[in-house]
Design a protein around this ligand. Structure first.
Ligand SMILES: *Cc1c(COP(=O)(O)O)cnc(C)c1O
Length: 457
């Protein structure tokens, strides 16, 4: 059948939903470095993680299987928003006057408004199966806290969320949404934990950070055998759950007979980027396609492009295993003038390893350019993007303008991983001229190096 050149939404039927997650690890040229015990610096085993995670997720974290079946209970919940639509951005292309073809996979159709429920639902499911009664977690912008609160409500688990103070104050409706799904939420740092009390004693006015909020949530989970902890990004199993995004996008592009030349995505901890790109990277490593695959991060939090590739803690208090990753230092506190999410000090160890292996590229973009791209996208495509994917859109615009210059019909694929309808305060600040660029200073990069844990030296 001929393809309608005006086709805008490329849709899959529910029967075409992927039934397996893709684990990229066995396809890589070398395995990623193992996580280490924070005390002994020896590689950790599954038992070391058991106080924090259910065994089913720990086994996925270390799995050597290329594919893992998605449980039918999870697939049934996925049906609420999956398969998600792939859009052709005809109007953005016209506004940019580019011969490039722009496709975006839209994850804002989920109940939380982002890709996060793709992993929140299986995480809540496996915890419920193992008899866990409560999950703790951190959240930055609030997307992950919302997603986990939603998932816990479906499987009858309690959920307690620590939200980074700066976001808690700036985004009151996330709190209301999280409470609507039945969870409890606290600003972080809080007086409820030892980690929180220590930070508050040293800096009472701190805006907080994801690293601090993780310390609080981990501390509470580690003290009670009925409570486990859930992480919304960074870990291998989280990235794997997100591969449903890329598997669907592969099928959708095939339907319109297109192959991507460039794939760009925003990276905070790496999960939406990995979810979109790993299935394409599999095809690339098999020699079937040859797209450039590029991670995009904020110039204010450039862990991949400027951070050091070294063993560091996942949290501020140093309670988590040591992971080899691109890091700005575990005591990193993001500058509050930066409006976007994507402000974690580290990057997924798996994605860091893949970047280090030369399989993907990375770039950082300042936030004014990102907001400009986000507003242009809203005015052409009609969807207000979350501040995080405006980084992916800014990279998309850069590629589309390059194509205009060269006259090439570059096929660009990106993920619009969330809508921004609960982030309008950031757009308000942008329109008021209160958003300014912030370049992460080299002194801070160097300073963080002096406080990295000494491993293997
Ligand atoms: C959480 C979140 C991010 C950052 O996390 P990744 O793991 O890098 O995907 C980006 N965009 C949105 C909309 C998010 O909710």
């Amino acid at each position: 059948m001929a393809i309608d050149p005006k086709q805008t939404k490329i849709l899959l039927d529910e029967s075409e939903m992927p039934t397996q997650w893709y684990n990229i690890v066995p396809d890589l040229p070398a395995p990623p470095p193992p996580p280490l015990h924070p005390g002994t610096h020896e590689p950790i085993g599954p038992d070391d993680l058991a106080p924090l995670f259910p065994m089913a997720l720990i086994m996925q974290e270390v799995s050597a299987d290329r594919y893992i079946d998605i449980p039918s209970e999870v697939l049934d919940v996925y049906r609420l928003w999956r398969p998600s639509p792939l859009y052709r951005a005809h109007r953005l292309e016209a506004a940019l006057d580019t011969p490039a073809k722009i496709f975006y996979k839209y994850e804002g159709v989920s109940p939380a408004g982002s890709h996060k429920p793709n992993t929140a639902v299986p995480q809540a499911f496996y915890n419920a199966q193992e008899g866990v009664t409560k999950l703790t977690t951190e959240t930055g912008a609030g997307q992950w806290g919302t997603a986990l609160a939603f998932a816990c409500s479906l499987f009858d688990i309690e959920c307690e969320v620590w939200q980074v103070r700066a976001s808690y104050d700036q985004k009151p409706y996330r709190k209301a949404l999280i409470e609507t799904f039945g969870a409890t939420i606290h600003p972080s740092p809080s007086v409820l934990t030892e980690a929180g009390r220590q930070v508050l004693a040293a800096s009472p006015d701190t805006p907080g950070s994801l690293g601090i909020a993780i310390s609080e949530a981990v501390e509470v989970a580690a003290q009670d055998p009925e409570i486990r902890y859930a992480l919304g990004s960074v870990l291998n199993h989280v990235l794997m759950h997100q591969t449903v995004i890329g598997e669907e996008a592969l099928l959708q592009l095939a339907k319109v007979d297109e192959t991507p030349d460039v794939i760009v995505g925003c990276t905070g901890g790496g999960s939406n980027f990995a979810g979109l790109t790993f299935p394409f990277l599999r095809e690339k490593m098999a020699g079937k396609i040859s797209p450039t695959i590029r991670a995009v991060e904020p110039a204010a939090c450039p862990s991949l492009t400027r951070g050091t590739y070294a063993y560091d803690f996942g949290d501020t208090a140093g309670m988590t295993p040591l992971m080899k990753m691109h890091t700005l230092g575990h005591d990193f506190v993001p500058d509050p003038i930066h409006a976007g999410g994507l402000r974690y000090h580290g990057m997924s160890p798996l994605l860091s390893h893949i970047y280090d292996s030369g399989l993907i590229e990375a770039e950082s973009i300042p936030q004014l350019e990102c907001f400009e791209a986000g507003v242009q996208f809203a005015r052409t495509e009609g969807i207000v993007p979350a501040p995080e994917p405006t980084h992916a859109l800014a990279a998309t615009v850069r590629e589309a303008l390059k194509a205009k210059e060269s006259g090439e019909e570059t096929v660009i694929l990106t993920a619009l991983c969330g809508h921004g309808l609960l982030d309008m305060a950031a757009y308000d600040r942008f329109f008021a001229g209160d958003i300014v660029d912030y370049d992460y200073p080299e002194e801070k990069v160097q300073d963080a190096l002096t406080r990295l844990p000494m491993v293997g030296s």
